[in-house]
Write a protein that binds this ligand. Structure first.
Ligand code: NAP
Ligand code: ZN
Length: 350
């Protein structure tokens, strides 16, 4: 076993604190990664506070991992020591169901093993990226393009792929009007990616306070949803709306912004069930759909797309000791636009 250090939530009601634990030694097909940076996703907060139920404690969160390979198992063929790599939201799947076989492994029939807050095939709880190192099967490790800095590339591993996948699936591109609700970690990646795909992009934010940023990130239009005029003006406007919000909202009102046959793809996961009237969908043959991260194959495709288009996340780098403070700021929508933990601050504290 390997000694690992990190920060863990001891329970749903306690702050994250330093934590030592063990990781498996690299097996035949494993890669050992020295973690240099880890992004903070809102899902880390949902799970560390057990808002979705079933959380496993103590929990080392983190699924936007960027680092460098320091050792490989004897059977590893795709990576070598020194490679710049990433790990996203899952580290294993069954490998033989129709979804794994067709390249949609994130929808594995037996369920994915999440990077943290899951039980691995060895029966041990998985521990995530707020730590100094991680051991992952090479089939779940991604290559980070050389031109992307590791700190600002880390958020691509979750925020990036979570927006890339629905934008591709619903064919965002020239001639398509796409709206992104919520300019947070996921939302700001959505703006950059949809813009790079050639779509006309609108941000729907609670206020106009992030308007300048939104336009700089690539949006063509920016509206405040606190202004009732926004809903009158934008009625029946969008082919695709991606909803990144994790708080209660008036879903029926937002659905009126879809064109006939438009789709709202839900990626935000609020704690409570979502209330929707049937008329919001039947009038205009509108669709309400969902999307969860992306496959390993598509995640690599997204990273290569970002490498080609020089797309990275706008980040605020923090020391690991600031993680609890960062959680509070995310809850106030006070993040520009992703917190990334510099893991050197964990290693220096030893
Ligand atoms: P985030 O950085 O907190 O961004 C969410 C944004 O939503 C905020 O910046 C804010 O944008 C807006 N918002 C917040 N409260 C709101 C409210 N009361 N009404 C309207 N808008 C509000 O979070 P994130 O990391 O992007 O994650 C967003 C959600 O996606 C979370 O639920 C997370 O668990 C989920 N998620 C899902 C997947 C997936 O695979 N489907 C993957 C990762 C994360 P404005 O300030 O612009 O209004
Ligand atoms: Zn995430």
């Amino acid at each position: 076993m390997l000694e690992a250090k990190g920060y863990a939530a001891p329970s749903a009601r306690e702050a994250l604190a330093p934590y030592s634990f063990e990781r498996r030694s690299p097996g035949e097909s494993d890669v050992l990664i020295d973690i240099q940076f880890c992004g903070i996703c809102h899902s880390d907060i949902h799970q560390a506070r057990d808002e979705w139920g079933g959380s496993i404690f103590p929990m080392v969160p983190g699924h936007e991992i960027a680092g460098v390979v320091t050792a490989v198992g004897a059977g590893v063929t795709r990576f070598k020591v020194g490679d710049r790599v990433g790990v996203g939201c899952f580290v294993d799947s069954c490998g033989h169901c129709p979804f794994c076989e067709s390249g949609d492994d994130h929808y594995c029939e037996e369920g994915i093993v999440q990077t943290y807050n899951s039980v691995g095939k060895d029966g041990q709880p998985t521990m995530g990226g707020y730590s100094d190192k991680i051991v992952v099967d090479e089939n779940y490790v991604l290559r980070i393009p050389d031109n992307l800095p590791l700190d600002a590339a880390a958020p691509l591993l979750c925020a990036g792929i979570t927006l890339y996948s629905p934008l591709r699936y619903w064919k965002a591109g020239p001639g398509k009007k796409v709206a992104i609700i919520g300019l947070g970690g996921l939302g700001h990646m959505g703006v950059k990616l949809a813009h790079a795909m050639g779509a006309e992009v609108t941000v729907l934010s609670q206020s106009l306070s992030k308007k300048e940023d939104g336009l700089r990130l690539g949006a063509d239009h920016f509206y405040a949803t606190s202004d009732p005029e926004t809903f009158k003006k934008l009625a029946r406007s969008f082919d695709l709306i991606i909803n990144t919000v994790s708080a209660p909202m008036d879903w029926n009102q937002y659905l009126t912004l879809l064109k006939v046959e438009g789709t709202m793809a839900v990626v935000g996961v609020p704690e409570k069930q979502i209330p929707i009237g049937a008329f919001s969908l039947v009038v205009g043959r509108r669709s309400l759909a969902g999307s969860m991260i992306g496959s390993i194959k598509e995640t690599q495709e997204m990273l290569d797309f970002c490498g080609k288009h020089d797309i990275i996340s706008d980040i605020e780098t923090i020391a690991i000791s600031q993680v609890n403070e960062a959680y509070e700021r995310i809850l106030k929508s006070d993040v520009r636009y992703r917190f990334v933990i510099d893991m050197a601050t964990l290693k220096a504290a030893a």
